[in-house]
Design a protein around this ligand. Structure first.
Ligand code: G3P
Length: 217
């Protein structure tokens, strides 16, 4: 399973990247806003640091304008994945980018039907937003399972990039199903290390160690 980090916070990406935890990065207009940075500058900085795919999202709504924006974003670095929304215009742009050999991440996917269209349009990645489905009492993890089944039925090569991940359980749930990639905020990736029994066990070991009066170094 590949780990993408869902942020445009360069310091947070660096911390995880230095540990070898980062296979790629995803950004979106909201994350660029949060970073307070210029999209071209911050994306370039991320691409220089991370060797895997870095998703940068278009904001136009018509296919021709999306294509113009996407080609400009793709010029930032060779590891840019152009991110387009799952609209008819986005699928049109996806097909154009894929035909020219660009990586494409089709985002804002909320149904298996949409995921089929993205695969047909040559998407490199499909991004189902599982947290936002859970928010409206639908089952985001079930959507990942449905897309996995469908893609495997037909040998679609598009990678399932589980997005809008809100919890550690989301990550383990989609890993069990076989999502190819997760993208999660740095805080959720770091929370994967936490377990109360680890904390409790360590506390006891340290208490017992203190009683030995020994030192290792
Ligand atoms: O990867 C998509 C992500 O940025 C959206 O997450 O938590 O805003 O639904 P969220």
């Amino acid at each position: 399973m590949k780990f993408f980090v869902d942020t445009a916070d360069v310091a947070a990406i660096k911390e995880l990247n230095d540990l070898g935890m980062v296979d790629g990065v995803t950004t979106n207009p909201s994350l660029i806003l949060k970073s307070g940075r210029d999209i071209l500058e911050v994306t370039k900085e991320i691409c220089d640091m991370v060797s895997g795919p870095v998703s940068a999202e278009v904001v136009a709504t018509e296919a021709a304008d999306m294509i113009a924006e996407g080609l400009k974003l793709a010029k930032i670095a060779s590891n840019i994945a152009i991110k387009v929304p799952l609209t008819w215009a986005g699928l049109t742009a996806c097909k154009a980018f894929a035909s020219e050999g660009h990586m494409v991440n089709v985002t804002l996917c909320f149904s298996a039907a949409q995921a089929i269209l993205a695969a047909k349009a040559g998407a490199t990645f499909i991004s189902p937003f599982i947290g936002r489905l859970d928010d409206i009492n639908l089952d985001g993890v079930q959507l990942i399972e449905d897309i996995r089944t469908i893609y495997d039925n037909y040998g679609f090569k598009t990678e399932i990039l589980a997005a809008s991940i809100r919890s550690v359980n989301h990550i383990t749930d989609v890993a069990r199903i076989g999502a190819d990639v997760i993208t999660a905020p740095p805080s959720v990736i770091k929370a994967m290390a936490n377990h109360p029994l680890t904390d409790k066990g360590l506390e006891q070991f340290l208490k017992d160690w203190a009683k030995t009066g020994q030192k290792i170094v």
